[in-house]
Design a protein around this ligand. Structure first.
Ligand code: UT7
Length: 324
């Protein structure tokens, strides 16, 4: 049994912050951000929580797939920016949409989170345990960004995307997923905990540790090497030629990374849709948001072969090839 995406949904907060606005707060410019990343704007949650955005995206995905919330047997929420340790965002989504029969848990694989969640859902479906699973990627990265650090604050945005995955004769043809914890230090966010006890007069959990910290060049080098590699692997695993692939949905971090992957794969850039210009890097939400936009534009036709690939903190990376 395979796993087919039968519906997509997304939710983007209304508040838009342009590069020009950011340039009023930190020493940057639209020219620098656009040429180095492709990003022009990002959405920022103003009052909306990651759980609320996830639930809105989820409702749209259910509607799009024609599935009722009661039919959902499991909810997986991929996120690295939830506001609270527990209950999980998946349980919050379950409550908000009334998915009373669903098991629910969150999954943490940063920007690879959606791929890891999709692959996990596929494993349950392939094993015959569940038939209908809701997968959501949701992020409020604006809470984790140091808004005085120009090297990171210009990159990220908030949003949520969701898909309904169902058991079907056609769907997921293959996947690969990897992690390399030994390189974890190149992209970290130690969280916002402020421990209230003291040791030797020092306070644990310094505020400066609590924001996203990234060695951008190292992450860039990692992405342009590992993403084409894992895409080649999934092609080999499934036996499909590149020419058969209609779309490559890559994690939306940087247009230079996406173009470099296209070049290394010797595939036309037109096969690599992008929306990072509008939303920046929304981590686990970026791929399902893009899928939803393309699906609603009618750009995804049943039978299309598509490759999804995510990469990010961990370090983690993954790819999946599926029949739409
Ligand atoms: O989803 C997780 C995955 N994350 C990523 O994929 C990020 C991967 N990395 C990247 O996308 C790029 O490395 C960045 C966009 C983050 C940075 O681009 P870069 O071409 O690697 O720039 P850089 O870090 O080498 O910085 C070049 C210069 C530096 O100035 P000096 O030392 O040359 O004087 C930076 O201080 O650009 C400066 N700079 C900025 N200037 C204006 C850094 N950030 C900014 C900024 N505005 N926002």
């Amino acid at each position: 049994m395979k796993t087919r995406i039968t519906g997509t949904g997304s939710y983007l907060p209304e508040k838009i912050i342009s590069n020009e606005e950011l340039a009023q707060w930190v020493d940057t410019s639209d020219e620098w951000i656009s040429t180095r990343t492709g990003i022009k704007k990002r959405r920022i949650a103003a009052g909306e929580t990651a759980g609320e955005m996830a639930a809105r995206a989820a409702k749209r995905a259910l509607e799009n797939s024609g599935t009722s919330s009661e039919q959902i047997q499991m909810i997986i929420v991929a996120t690295c920016s939830k506001e609270q340790c527990f209950p999980s965002l998946a349980c919050q989504v379950q409550k908000a949409i009334g998915a009373v029969s669903a098991a629910a848990f969150d999954l943490s694989a940063a920007c690879s989170g959606f791929l890891y969640a999709l692959n996990t859902a596929h494993a349950y479906i392939r094993a015959g345990i569940y038939e209908k699973i809701l997968i959501v990627g949701t992020e409020v990265l604006s809470d984790l960004v140091d808004w005085t650090d120009r090297s990171t604050c210009v990159l990220f945005g908030d949003g949520a995307g969701a898909v309904v995955a169902e058991a079907s004769e056609e769907g997921m043809d293959g996947f690969v997923q990897y992690a390399d914890g030994s390189k974890g230090e190149v992209l970290t966010c130690k969280g916002r905990s402020r421990k209230k006890f003291f040791q030797d007069g020092e306070e644990d959990g310094k505020p400066e540790d609590s924001y996203i910290s990234m060695n951008g060049q190292e992450v860039f080098k990692f992405a342009v090497k590992k993403v084409p590699e894992c895409i080649e692997q999934v092609l080999e695993q499934t036996g499909y030629e590149k020419e058969k692939i209609r779309w490559y949905f890559l994690h939306q971090a940087n247009s230079r990374i996406i173009r470099s992957v296209a070049k290394r794969l010797e595939e036309p850039e037109e096969k690599f849709p992008m929306n990072l210009m509008e939303y920046g890097n929304t981590s686990a939400a970026s791929i399902p948001i893009l899928l939803d936009e393309m699906n609603r534009k009618g750009e995804l036709v049943r039978g299309d072969k598509v490759i999804l690939s995510g990469f990010g903190a961990g370090l983690t990376w993954a790819a999946a090839l599926l029949t739409w």
